[in-house]
Design a binder for this molecule. Structure first.
Ligand code: FAD
Ligand code: NAI
Length: 462
Protein backbone atom coordinates (compact mmCIF):
# COMPACT_ATOMS: atom_id res chain seq x y z
CA UNK A 1 0.00 0.00 0.00
CA UNK A 2 1.28 3.41 -0.95
CA UNK A 3 0.30 6.73 0.54
CA UNK A 4 -0.38 9.86 -1.55
CA UNK A 5 -1.41 13.48 -1.12
CA UNK A 6 -3.67 13.15 -4.14
CA UNK A 7 -5.10 10.21 -6.07
CA UNK A 8 -6.97 11.11 -9.24
CA UNK A 9 -9.41 8.52 -10.60
CA UNK A 10 -9.51 8.78 -14.40
CA UNK A 11 -6.84 10.07 -16.79
CA UNK A 12 -8.93 12.09 -19.27
CA UNK A 13 -8.24 15.79 -19.83
CA UNK A 14 -9.71 16.50 -16.39
CA UNK A 15 -7.79 13.81 -14.53
CA UNK A 16 -4.39 14.00 -16.20
CA UNK A 17 -4.28 17.79 -15.97
CA UNK A 18 -5.27 17.65 -12.27
CA UNK A 19 -2.50 15.10 -11.65
CA UNK A 20 0.14 17.15 -13.45
CA UNK A 21 -0.80 20.39 -11.67
CA UNK A 22 -0.93 18.62 -8.27
CA UNK A 23 2.55 17.18 -8.86
CA UNK A 24 3.86 20.56 -10.04
CA UNK A 25 2.60 22.02 -6.77
CA UNK A 26 4.70 19.53 -4.82
CA UNK A 27 1.97 17.02 -3.94
CA UNK A 28 2.70 13.27 -4.10
CA UNK A 29 0.29 12.19 -6.81
CA UNK A 30 -1.06 9.06 -8.46
CA UNK A 31 -3.63 8.64 -11.23
CA UNK A 32 -5.80 5.54 -11.64
CA UNK A 33 -6.75 4.54 -15.18
CA UNK A 34 -8.50 1.35 -16.26
CA UNK A 35 -7.97 1.80 -20.01
CA UNK A 36 -4.81 0.45 -21.67
CA UNK A 37 -3.70 4.01 -22.45
CA UNK A 38 -3.89 7.39 -20.73
CA UNK A 39 -5.88 10.38 -21.99
CA UNK A 40 -9.50 9.32 -21.45
CA UNK A 41 -12.32 9.68 -23.93
CA UNK A 42 -10.77 12.78 -25.48
CA UNK A 43 -7.47 11.31 -26.61
CA UNK A 44 -8.59 7.73 -27.27
CA UNK A 45 -12.11 7.90 -28.72
CA UNK A 46 -13.11 11.57 -28.74
CA UNK A 47 -11.57 14.92 -29.63
CA UNK A 48 -8.29 13.70 -31.10
CA UNK A 49 -9.35 10.81 -33.38
CA UNK A 50 -12.39 12.73 -34.60
CA UNK A 51 -10.23 15.73 -35.48
CA UNK A 52 -7.75 13.48 -37.31
CA UNK A 53 -10.57 12.15 -39.52
CA UNK A 54 -11.99 15.65 -39.98
CA UNK A 55 -8.57 16.90 -41.03
CA UNK A 56 -7.93 14.08 -43.51
CA UNK A 57 -11.36 14.32 -45.11
CA UNK A 58 -11.19 18.11 -45.29
CA UNK A 59 -7.98 17.75 -47.33
CA UNK A 60 -9.90 15.43 -49.66
CA UNK A 61 -12.69 17.99 -49.96
CA UNK A 62 -10.18 20.72 -50.82
CA UNK A 63 -8.56 18.52 -53.44
CA UNK A 64 -11.90 17.61 -55.01
CA UNK A 65 -13.50 21.05 -54.91
CA UNK A 66 -10.85 23.78 -54.79
CA UNK A 67 -7.52 22.56 -56.15
CA UNK A 68 -8.41 22.84 -59.85
CA UNK A 69 -9.68 26.41 -59.33
CA UNK A 70 -6.21 27.37 -58.09
CA UNK A 71 -4.54 25.74 -61.05
CA UNK A 72 -3.64 22.56 -59.22
CA UNK A 73 -4.72 20.05 -61.83
CA UNK A 74 -4.62 16.29 -61.73
CA UNK A 75 -6.59 13.35 -60.43
CA UNK A 76 -8.24 13.82 -57.03
CA UNK A 77 -6.72 11.53 -54.39
CA UNK A 78 -8.38 8.16 -53.88
CA UNK A 79 -9.22 7.11 -50.34
CA UNK A 80 -7.27 4.34 -48.64
CA UNK A 81 -9.53 3.85 -45.60
CA UNK A 82 -7.12 1.48 -43.85
CA UNK A 83 -4.32 4.04 -44.14
CA UNK A 84 -6.62 6.78 -42.85
CA UNK A 85 -7.36 4.55 -39.86
CA UNK A 86 -3.62 3.99 -39.36
CA UNK A 87 -3.03 7.76 -39.46
CA UNK A 88 -5.79 8.16 -36.84
CA UNK A 89 -4.29 5.40 -34.64
CA UNK A 90 -0.82 6.93 -34.87
CA UNK A 91 -2.23 10.34 -33.92
CA UNK A 92 -3.89 8.81 -30.86
CA UNK A 93 -0.72 6.96 -29.89
CA UNK A 94 1.47 10.07 -30.19
CA UNK A 95 -0.91 11.90 -27.86
CA UNK A 96 -1.48 9.16 -25.26
CA UNK A 97 2.26 8.42 -25.10
CA UNK A 98 2.77 12.14 -24.59
CA UNK A 99 0.71 11.98 -21.39
CA UNK A 100 2.69 8.93 -20.25
CA UNK A 101 5.87 10.98 -20.76
CA UNK A 102 4.42 13.91 -18.78
CA UNK A 103 3.45 11.56 -15.93
CA UNK A 104 7.03 10.24 -15.76
CA UNK A 105 8.47 13.74 -15.99
CA UNK A 106 6.29 14.90 -13.09
CA UNK A 107 6.82 11.67 -11.06
CA UNK A 108 3.13 10.74 -11.12
CA UNK A 109 2.39 7.06 -10.47
CA UNK A 110 -0.03 5.49 -12.94
CA UNK A 111 -2.07 2.97 -10.93
CA UNK A 112 -3.26 0.63 -13.68
CA UNK A 113 -6.78 -0.77 -13.27
CA UNK A 114 -10.29 0.30 -12.29
CA UNK A 115 -10.45 2.25 -9.05
CA UNK A 116 -13.07 2.55 -6.33
CA UNK A 117 -13.30 4.34 -2.99
CA UNK A 118 -14.01 1.77 -0.23
CA UNK A 119 -13.83 4.51 2.42
CA UNK A 120 -12.88 8.18 2.57
CA UNK A 121 -9.11 8.51 2.25
CA UNK A 122 -8.68 5.16 0.47
CA UNK A 123 -8.63 4.11 -3.18
CA UNK A 124 -8.78 0.45 -4.20
CA UNK A 125 -7.24 -0.64 -7.51
CA UNK A 126 -7.37 -4.38 -8.16
CA UNK A 127 -6.26 -6.09 -4.95
CA UNK A 128 -4.33 -3.08 -3.66
CA UNK A 129 -5.66 -0.31 -1.47
CA UNK A 130 -3.84 3.02 -1.38
CA UNK A 131 -4.13 5.90 1.02
CA UNK A 132 -4.93 9.38 -0.24
CA UNK A 133 -5.39 12.61 1.69
CA UNK A 134 -7.38 13.90 -1.28
CA UNK A 135 -9.25 12.03 -4.01
CA UNK A 136 -10.33 13.61 -7.29
CA UNK A 137 -13.09 11.81 -9.19
CA UNK A 138 -12.48 12.41 -12.91
CA UNK A 139 -14.24 9.39 -14.34
CA UNK A 140 -15.73 11.21 -17.33
CA UNK A 141 -18.68 10.15 -19.42
CA UNK A 142 -19.96 7.44 -21.70
CA UNK A 143 -22.44 7.17 -24.57
CA UNK A 144 -26.06 7.62 -23.50
CA UNK A 145 -28.31 4.90 -24.84
CA UNK A 146 -31.60 5.52 -26.59
CA UNK A 147 -34.82 3.61 -25.88
CA UNK A 148 -35.54 1.09 -28.62
CA UNK A 149 -32.04 1.30 -30.07
CA UNK A 150 -29.38 -1.29 -29.32
CA UNK A 151 -25.81 -0.23 -30.03
CA UNK A 152 -23.79 -3.18 -31.40
CA UNK A 153 -20.84 -1.03 -32.59
CA UNK A 154 -21.09 -2.72 -36.01
CA UNK A 155 -24.29 -1.62 -37.73
CA UNK A 156 -25.64 0.60 -34.95
CA UNK A 157 -22.68 2.51 -33.58
CA UNK A 158 -21.83 5.12 -30.99
CA UNK A 159 -19.16 7.73 -31.75
CA UNK A 160 -16.57 5.13 -30.73
CA UNK A 161 -17.72 2.69 -33.42
CA UNK A 162 -18.14 5.51 -35.95
CA UNK A 163 -14.46 6.38 -35.59
CA UNK A 164 -13.44 2.84 -36.54
CA UNK A 165 -15.93 1.50 -39.09
CA UNK A 166 -14.69 -1.51 -41.07
CA UNK A 167 -15.54 0.26 -44.33
CA UNK A 168 -17.03 3.51 -45.56
CA UNK A 169 -20.81 3.04 -45.59
CA UNK A 170 -22.96 3.93 -48.60
CA UNK A 171 -25.81 5.21 -46.45
CA UNK A 172 -25.62 6.46 -42.88
CA UNK A 173 -28.38 7.66 -40.59
CA UNK A 174 -27.24 9.86 -37.74
CA UNK A 175 -29.61 10.16 -34.79
CA UNK A 176 -29.09 13.57 -33.16
CA UNK A 177 -27.96 16.83 -34.84
CA UNK A 178 -25.57 17.75 -32.01
CA UNK A 179 -21.82 18.11 -32.09
CA UNK A 180 -20.92 14.44 -32.57
CA UNK A 181 -23.60 13.86 -35.22
CA UNK A 182 -22.48 16.83 -37.32
CA UNK A 183 -18.73 16.27 -36.99
CA UNK A 184 -18.91 12.56 -37.79
CA UNK A 185 -21.68 13.15 -40.35
CA UNK A 186 -19.32 15.61 -42.10
CA UNK A 187 -16.48 13.09 -42.11
CA UNK A 188 -18.57 10.46 -43.90
CA UNK A 189 -20.36 12.92 -46.22
CA UNK A 190 -16.92 14.02 -47.47
CA UNK A 191 -16.04 10.37 -48.05
CA UNK A 192 -19.09 9.97 -50.28
CA UNK A 193 -21.57 8.49 -47.81
CA UNK A 194 -25.19 9.56 -48.14
CA UNK A 195 -25.78 11.03 -44.67
CA UNK A 196 -29.24 11.73 -43.22
CA UNK A 197 -29.46 13.32 -39.78
CA UNK A 198 -32.64 12.76 -37.78
CA UNK A 199 -33.16 15.30 -34.99
CA UNK A 200 -35.86 15.42 -32.34
CA UNK A 201 -36.00 19.23 -32.11
CA UNK A 202 -36.91 21.68 -34.90
CA UNK A 203 -33.38 22.94 -35.43
CA UNK A 204 -29.83 21.59 -35.39
CA UNK A 205 -27.36 22.23 -32.50
CA UNK A 206 -30.17 23.49 -30.28
CA UNK A 207 -28.04 25.33 -27.70
CA UNK A 208 -26.35 27.49 -30.34
CA UNK A 209 -27.32 31.06 -31.31
CA UNK A 210 -30.32 30.47 -33.61
CA UNK A 211 -29.01 32.66 -36.47
CA UNK A 212 -25.74 30.73 -36.54
CA UNK A 213 -27.54 27.42 -36.29
CA UNK A 214 -29.82 28.21 -39.29
CA UNK A 215 -26.85 29.32 -41.37
CA UNK A 216 -24.88 26.27 -40.35
CA UNK A 217 -27.69 23.97 -41.44
CA UNK A 218 -27.84 25.61 -44.89
CA UNK A 219 -24.08 25.25 -45.35
CA UNK A 220 -24.14 21.59 -44.30
CA UNK A 221 -27.04 20.93 -46.67
CA UNK A 222 -24.98 22.40 -49.51
CA UNK A 223 -22.27 19.91 -48.54
CA UNK A 224 -24.75 17.07 -49.01
CA UNK A 225 -26.03 16.33 -45.49
CA UNK A 226 -29.79 15.80 -45.32
CA UNK A 227 -31.82 16.74 -42.25
CA UNK A 228 -35.09 15.41 -40.91
CA UNK A 229 -36.07 17.70 -38.04
CA UNK A 230 -38.83 17.40 -35.45
CA UNK A 231 -38.61 13.63 -35.66
CA UNK A 232 -38.61 11.20 -32.75
CA UNK A 233 -36.79 7.95 -33.43
CA UNK A 234 -38.96 5.01 -32.39
CA UNK A 235 -36.52 2.19 -32.92
CA UNK A 236 -33.89 0.58 -35.13
CA UNK A 237 -34.17 -2.91 -36.60
CA UNK A 238 -31.07 -4.60 -37.92
CA UNK A 239 -30.14 -7.49 -40.18
CA UNK A 240 -26.54 -8.70 -40.56
CA UNK A 241 -25.62 -5.82 -42.86
CA UNK A 242 -28.40 -3.24 -42.82
CA UNK A 243 -30.55 -1.20 -40.46
CA UNK A 244 -34.04 0.25 -40.66
CA UNK A 245 -34.69 3.37 -38.59
CA UNK A 246 -38.29 4.19 -37.71
CA UNK A 247 -39.17 7.72 -36.70
CA UNK A 248 -42.33 9.68 -36.00
CA UNK A 249 -42.73 13.24 -37.28
CA UNK A 250 -43.92 15.44 -34.45
CA UNK A 251 -46.00 17.71 -36.71
CA UNK A 252 -48.52 15.02 -37.72
CA UNK A 253 -47.49 11.86 -35.82
CA UNK A 254 -46.85 10.08 -39.13
CA UNK A 255 -44.36 7.23 -39.01
CA UNK A 256 -41.57 6.93 -41.59
CA UNK A 257 -38.57 4.65 -42.11
CA UNK A 258 -35.03 5.07 -43.43
CA UNK A 259 -32.63 2.34 -44.53
CA UNK A 260 -28.94 2.56 -43.79
CA UNK A 261 -25.73 0.52 -43.71
CA UNK A 262 -24.71 2.30 -40.51
CA UNK A 263 -26.68 4.12 -37.84
CA UNK A 264 -24.80 6.52 -35.57
CA UNK A 265 -26.46 7.19 -32.23
CA UNK A 266 -25.36 10.67 -31.16
CA UNK A 267 -27.99 11.82 -28.69
CA UNK A 268 -25.74 12.82 -25.82
CA UNK A 269 -23.47 11.33 -23.18
CA UNK A 270 -23.98 10.36 -19.55
CA UNK A 271 -21.62 10.71 -16.58
CA UNK A 272 -19.68 7.66 -15.32
CA UNK A 273 -20.27 7.72 -11.56
CA UNK A 274 -21.46 4.22 -10.71
CA UNK A 275 -19.37 1.39 -9.31
CA UNK A 276 -16.99 3.72 -7.48
CA UNK A 277 -18.70 3.46 -4.09
CA UNK A 278 -19.68 7.14 -4.14
CA UNK A 279 -23.31 6.73 -3.08
CA UNK A 280 -22.32 4.31 -0.31
CA UNK A 281 -19.92 6.93 1.05
CA UNK A 282 -22.63 9.58 1.07
CA UNK A 283 -21.34 11.56 -1.92
CA UNK A 284 -24.36 13.37 -3.34
CA UNK A 285 -25.26 12.45 -6.91
CA UNK A 286 -27.81 14.43 -8.98
CA UNK A 287 -30.91 12.81 -10.53
CA UNK A 288 -29.05 12.67 -13.85
CA UNK A 289 -26.08 10.83 -12.31
CA UNK A 290 -23.59 13.73 -12.00
CA UNK A 291 -21.44 14.12 -8.88
CA UNK A 292 -22.70 17.20 -7.03
CA UNK A 293 -20.06 19.76 -6.07
CA UNK A 294 -20.07 23.06 -4.17
CA UNK A 295 -18.92 25.01 -7.24
CA UNK A 296 -15.31 24.64 -6.05
CA UNK A 297 -14.97 20.95 -6.96
CA UNK A 298 -15.66 19.69 -3.40
CA UNK A 299 -18.26 16.96 -3.06
CA UNK A 300 -20.44 16.46 0.02
CA UNK A 301 -17.72 14.23 1.57
CA UNK A 302 -14.53 15.84 2.91
CA UNK A 303 -11.40 15.03 0.91
CA UNK A 304 -13.33 13.92 -2.21
CA UNK A 305 -13.41 16.27 -5.19
CA UNK A 306 -14.97 15.86 -8.64
CA UNK A 307 -14.30 17.46 -12.04
CA UNK A 308 -14.99 17.15 -15.76
CA UNK A 309 -17.77 15.26 -17.50
CA UNK A 310 -18.62 13.42 -14.26
CA UNK A 311 -19.90 16.75 -12.91
CA UNK A 312 -22.50 19.18 -14.24
CA UNK A 313 -21.75 21.73 -16.98
CA UNK A 314 -20.70 21.46 -20.61
CA UNK A 315 -19.08 18.14 -21.51
CA UNK A 316 -15.95 19.66 -23.01
CA UNK A 317 -12.31 18.69 -22.70
CA UNK A 318 -11.14 22.23 -21.92
CA UNK A 319 -13.80 22.65 -19.21
CA UNK A 320 -12.49 19.40 -17.66
CA UNK A 321 -8.87 20.61 -18.00
CA UNK A 322 -9.58 23.96 -16.37
CA UNK A 323 -11.40 22.24 -13.52
CA UNK A 324 -8.52 19.78 -13.13
CA UNK A 325 -6.02 22.58 -12.78
CA UNK A 326 -8.20 24.57 -10.41
CA UNK A 327 -9.08 21.54 -8.22
CA UNK A 328 -5.37 20.72 -7.76
CA UNK A 329 -4.75 24.35 -6.82
CA UNK A 330 -7.60 24.33 -4.28
CA UNK A 331 -6.15 21.14 -2.73
CA UNK A 332 -2.73 22.81 -2.54
CA UNK A 333 -4.29 25.73 -0.66
CA UNK A 334 -4.32 28.12 -3.60
CA UNK A 335 -7.27 30.01 -5.12
CA UNK A 336 -8.17 27.69 -8.02
CA UNK A 337 -11.00 29.13 -10.10
CA UNK A 338 -12.89 28.53 -13.34
CA UNK A 339 -14.87 31.32 -15.04
CA UNK A 340 -17.87 29.42 -16.38
CA UNK A 341 -19.09 32.51 -18.26
CA UNK A 342 -16.15 32.33 -20.62
CA UNK A 343 -15.94 28.72 -21.79
CA UNK A 344 -15.75 28.56 -25.58
CA UNK A 345 -17.36 25.82 -27.61
CA UNK A 346 -16.29 24.74 -31.08
CA UNK A 347 -17.66 22.45 -33.75
CA UNK A 348 -14.81 21.33 -36.01
CA UNK A 349 -16.74 21.02 -39.25
CA UNK A 350 -15.88 23.12 -42.28
CA UNK A 351 -16.58 25.92 -41.77
CA UNK A 352 -15.94 25.71 -38.05
CA UNK A 353 -18.48 27.07 -35.62
CA UNK A 354 -17.56 28.63 -32.29
CA UNK A 355 -19.25 30.47 -29.48
CA UNK A 356 -18.59 32.05 -26.10
CA UNK A 357 -20.92 33.74 -23.65
CA UNK A 358 -24.56 34.54 -24.25
CA UNK A 359 -26.65 33.85 -27.35
CA UNK A 360 -29.13 36.42 -28.66
CA UNK A 361 -31.97 34.21 -27.45
CA UNK A 362 -30.56 34.12 -23.91
CA UNK A 363 -30.17 37.92 -23.82
CA UNK A 364 -33.73 38.41 -25.08
CA UNK A 365 -35.08 36.04 -22.48
CA UNK A 366 -33.15 37.82 -19.72
CA UNK A 367 -34.45 41.20 -20.97
CA UNK A 368 -30.84 42.41 -21.33
CA UNK A 369 -30.55 45.37 -23.74
CA UNK A 370 -27.88 44.50 -26.32
CA UNK A 371 -26.53 45.48 -29.70
CA UNK A 372 -25.26 43.25 -32.48
CA UNK A 373 -22.07 43.76 -34.50
CA UNK A 374 -21.89 41.41 -37.48
CA UNK A 375 -19.38 40.97 -40.26
CA UNK A 376 -19.51 38.48 -43.11
CA UNK A 377 -16.38 36.64 -44.23
CA UNK A 378 -17.42 37.77 -47.75
CA UNK A 379 -15.77 41.07 -46.82
CA UNK A 380 -12.55 39.42 -45.69
CA UNK A 381 -9.83 39.29 -48.35
CA UNK A 382 -8.04 36.26 -46.95
CA UNK A 383 -11.26 34.25 -46.70
CA UNK A 384 -12.18 35.09 -50.28
CA UNK A 385 -8.74 34.03 -51.53
CA UNK A 386 -9.01 30.73 -49.68
CA UNK A 387 -12.57 29.82 -50.82
CA UNK A 388 -13.62 30.18 -47.18
CA UNK A 389 -15.98 33.16 -47.31
CA UNK A 390 -19.07 31.29 -46.00
CA UNK A 391 -20.09 32.55 -42.58
CA UNK A 392 -19.79 35.55 -40.30
CA UNK A 393 -18.62 36.90 -36.93
CA UNK A 394 -21.32 38.13 -34.58
CA UNK A 395 -20.55 40.05 -31.41
CA UNK A 396 -23.22 40.80 -28.83
CA UNK A 397 -22.44 43.77 -26.59
CA UNK A 398 -24.28 45.59 -23.82
CA UNK A 399 -26.35 48.39 -25.37
CA UNK A 400 -25.21 50.97 -22.82
CA UNK A 401 -21.71 49.98 -21.75
CA UNK A 402 -20.53 48.23 -24.98
CA UNK A 403 -19.17 45.38 -22.83
CA UNK A 404 -18.95 42.12 -24.80
CA UNK A 405 -21.60 39.63 -23.64
CA UNK A 406 -21.20 36.91 -26.23
CA UNK A 407 -19.61 36.07 -29.56
CA UNK A 408 -20.56 33.60 -32.28
CA UNK A 409 -18.49 32.73 -35.30
CA UNK A 410 -19.18 30.51 -38.27
CA UNK A 411 -16.32 30.54 -40.71
CA UNK A 412 -12.69 29.60 -41.34
CA UNK A 413 -10.64 28.91 -38.18
CA UNK A 414 -13.62 29.96 -36.03
CA UNK A 415 -12.29 27.68 -33.28
CA UNK A 416 -9.11 29.73 -33.06
CA UNK A 417 -10.62 33.15 -33.73
CA UNK A 418 -12.97 32.88 -30.74
CA UNK A 419 -10.09 33.11 -28.25
CA UNK A 420 -9.44 36.79 -28.93
CA UNK A 421 -12.98 37.42 -27.76
CA UNK A 422 -12.57 35.06 -24.77
CA UNK A 423 -9.56 37.08 -23.60
CA UNK A 424 -11.49 40.31 -24.20
CA UNK A 425 -14.37 38.98 -22.08
CA UNK A 426 -11.99 37.83 -19.31
CA UNK A 427 -10.73 41.43 -19.16
CA UNK A 428 -14.29 42.81 -19.20
CA UNK A 429 -13.52 44.53 -22.50
CA UNK A 430 -15.90 46.62 -24.58
CA UNK A 431 -16.37 45.86 -28.28
CA UNK A 432 -14.59 49.16 -28.89
CA UNK A 433 -11.42 47.75 -27.22
CA UNK A 434 -11.30 45.02 -29.89
CA UNK A 435 -12.21 47.53 -32.61
CA UNK A 436 -9.31 49.79 -31.60
CA UNK A 437 -6.78 46.97 -31.61
CA UNK A 438 -4.63 46.83 -34.76
CA UNK A 439 -5.17 43.49 -36.55
CA UNK A 440 -2.68 42.19 -39.11
CA UNK A 441 -3.72 42.10 -42.75
CA UNK A 442 -4.65 39.83 -44.43
CA UNK A 443 -5.95 37.58 -41.64
CA UNK A 444 -9.28 35.99 -40.77
CA UNK A 445 -8.95 37.87 -37.46
CA UNK A 446 -9.74 41.09 -39.27
CA UNK A 447 -13.34 39.83 -39.50
CA UNK A 448 -13.46 39.78 -35.69
CA UNK A 449 -12.28 43.39 -35.55
CA UNK A 450 -14.80 44.40 -38.22
CA UNK A 451 -17.62 42.80 -36.19
CA UNK A 452 -16.40 44.81 -33.19
CA UNK A 453 -16.39 47.95 -35.38
CA UNK A 454 -19.95 47.04 -36.38
CA UNK A 455 -20.94 47.40 -32.71
CA UNK A 456 -19.92 51.07 -33.02
CA UNK A 457 -19.68 53.36 -36.08
CA UNK A 458 -19.69 50.49 -38.54
CA UNK A 459 -17.29 48.15 -40.32
CA UNK A 460 -15.06 49.36 -43.14
CA UNK A 461 -15.24 46.50 -45.63
CA UNK A 462 -19.00 45.95 -45.75
P1 FAD B 1 -12.89 11.35 -19.86
O1 FAD B 1 -12.08 11.92 -20.95
O2 FAD B 1 -14.13 10.62 -20.20
O3 FAD B 1 -11.90 10.42 -19.05
C1 FAD B 1 -12.32 9.66 -17.98
C2 FAD B 1 -11.37 8.50 -17.82
O4 FAD B 1 -11.65 7.87 -16.59
C3 FAD B 1 -11.52 7.41 -18.88
O5 FAD B 1 -10.28 7.13 -19.48
C4 FAD B 1 -12.01 6.19 -18.10
O6 FAD B 1 -11.45 4.96 -18.59
C5 FAD B 1 -11.48 6.48 -16.72
N1 FAD B 1 -12.24 5.84 -15.65
C6 FAD B 1 -13.58 5.85 -15.46
N2 FAD B 1 -13.90 5.18 -14.36
C7 FAD B 1 -12.74 4.73 -13.83
C8 FAD B 1 -12.41 3.96 -12.69
N3 FAD B 1 -13.33 3.53 -11.86
N4 FAD B 1 -11.10 3.65 -12.49
C9 FAD B 1 -10.13 4.07 -13.34
N5 FAD B 1 -10.40 4.81 -14.42
C10 FAD B 1 -11.67 5.14 -14.67
N6 FAD B 1 -14.56 17.93 -26.24
C11 FAD B 1 -13.94 19.04 -26.67
O7 FAD B 1 -13.73 19.97 -25.86
N7 FAD B 1 -13.52 19.18 -27.97
C12 FAD B 1 -13.73 18.20 -28.87
O8 FAD B 1 -13.34 18.34 -30.03
C13 FAD B 1 -14.40 17.03 -28.46
N8 FAD B 1 -14.62 16.03 -29.33
C14 FAD B 1 -15.24 14.88 -28.90
C15 FAD B 1 -15.49 13.89 -29.83
C16 FAD B 1 -16.12 12.73 -29.44
C17 FAD B 1 -16.38 11.65 -30.46
C18 FAD B 1 -16.49 12.55 -28.08
C19 FAD B 1 -17.13 11.28 -27.62
C20 FAD B 1 -16.26 13.54 -27.15
C21 FAD B 1 -15.64 14.73 -27.56
N9 FAD B 1 -15.40 15.77 -26.67
C22 FAD B 1 -14.80 16.92 -27.10
C23 FAD B 1 -15.78 15.68 -25.25
C24 FAD B 1 -14.53 15.33 -24.41
O9 FAD B 1 -13.98 14.12 -24.89
C25 FAD B 1 -14.89 15.21 -22.94
O10 FAD B 1 -15.57 16.38 -22.52
C26 FAD B 1 -13.65 15.01 -22.10
O11 FAD B 1 -12.95 13.86 -22.50
C27 FAD B 1 -14.01 14.90 -20.62
O12 FAD B 1 -12.86 14.70 -19.89
P2 FAD B 1 -12.88 13.93 -18.48
O13 FAD B 1 -11.48 13.97 -17.99
O14 FAD B 1 -13.93 14.51 -17.63
O15 FAD B 1 -13.32 12.45 -18.80
P1 NAI C 1 -25.35 16.76 -28.02
O1 NAI C 1 -26.00 17.04 -26.73
O2 NAI C 1 -24.41 17.76 -28.59
O3 NAI C 1 -26.46 16.55 -29.15
C1 NAI C 1 -27.45 15.58 -29.05
C2 NAI C 1 -28.53 15.91 -30.06
O4 NAI C 1 -29.40 14.80 -30.13
C3 NAI C 1 -29.37 17.13 -29.67
O5 NAI C 1 -29.53 17.95 -30.78
C4 NAI C 1 -30.68 16.51 -29.22
O6 NAI C 1 -31.80 17.36 -29.40
C5 NAI C 1 -30.74 15.27 -30.10
N1 NAI C 1 -31.58 14.18 -29.59
C6 NAI C 1 -31.68 13.77 -28.31
N2 NAI C 1 -32.53 12.71 -28.25
C7 NAI C 1 -32.95 12.46 -29.52
C8 NAI C 1 -33.81 11.49 -30.11
N3 NAI C 1 -34.43 10.59 -29.37
N4 NAI C 1 -33.98 11.51 -31.45
C9 NAI C 1 -33.36 12.45 -32.21
N5 NAI C 1 -32.54 13.39 -31.70
C10 NAI C 1 -32.33 13.39 -30.37
O7 NAI C 1 -24.68 15.32 -27.85
P2 NAI C 1 -23.58 14.57 -28.71
O8 NAI C 1 -23.50 15.12 -30.08
O9 NAI C 1 -23.88 13.12 -28.53
O10 NAI C 1 -22.25 14.93 -27.95
C11 NAI C 1 -22.07 14.56 -26.57
C12 NAI C 1 -21.14 15.50 -25.89
O11 NAI C 1 -19.83 15.41 -26.41
C13 NAI C 1 -21.60 16.93 -26.04
O12 NAI C 1 -21.92 17.41 -24.75
C14 NAI C 1 -20.45 17.67 -26.59
O13 NAI C 1 -20.15 18.81 -25.84
C15 NAI C 1 -19.28 16.69 -26.53
N6 NAI C 1 -18.57 16.81 -27.81
C16 NAI C 1 -17.90 17.97 -28.08
C17 NAI C 1 -17.29 18.17 -29.28
C18 NAI C 1 -16.64 19.45 -29.54
O14 NAI C 1 -16.41 20.21 -28.62
N7 NAI C 1 -16.25 19.74 -30.77
C19 NAI C 1 -17.29 17.13 -30.32
C20 NAI C 1 -18.05 15.97 -29.95
C21 NAI C 1 -18.63 15.83 -28.73
Amino acid sequence: MASYDVIVIGSGPGGYVAAIRAAQLGLKTACVEGRETLGGTCLNVGCIPSKALLHATHQLHEAEHNFAKMGLKGKSPSVDWDQMQTYKAETIEANTKGIEFLFKKNKIDWLKGWGSIPEAGKVKVGDETHEAKNIIVATGSDVATLKGVEIDEKIVVSSTGALSLGKIPKKMVVIGAGVIGLEMGSVYARLGTEVTVVEFLDGITPTMDAEVSKNFQKILQKQGLKFILGAAVQGVETTKTKAKVTYKLKKDDSEETLEADTVLVATGRKPVTEGLGLKELGVEITDRGFVKTDGHFKTSVDGIYAIGDATEGPMLAHKAEDEGMAAAEVIAGKAGHVNYNVIPSVIYTHPEVSAVGKTEEQLKEAGHAYKVGKFSFMGNGRAKANFAADGFVKILADKETDRILGAHIIGPMAGDLIHELCVAMEFGAAAEDVALTCHAHPTYSEAVREAALACGDGPIHM
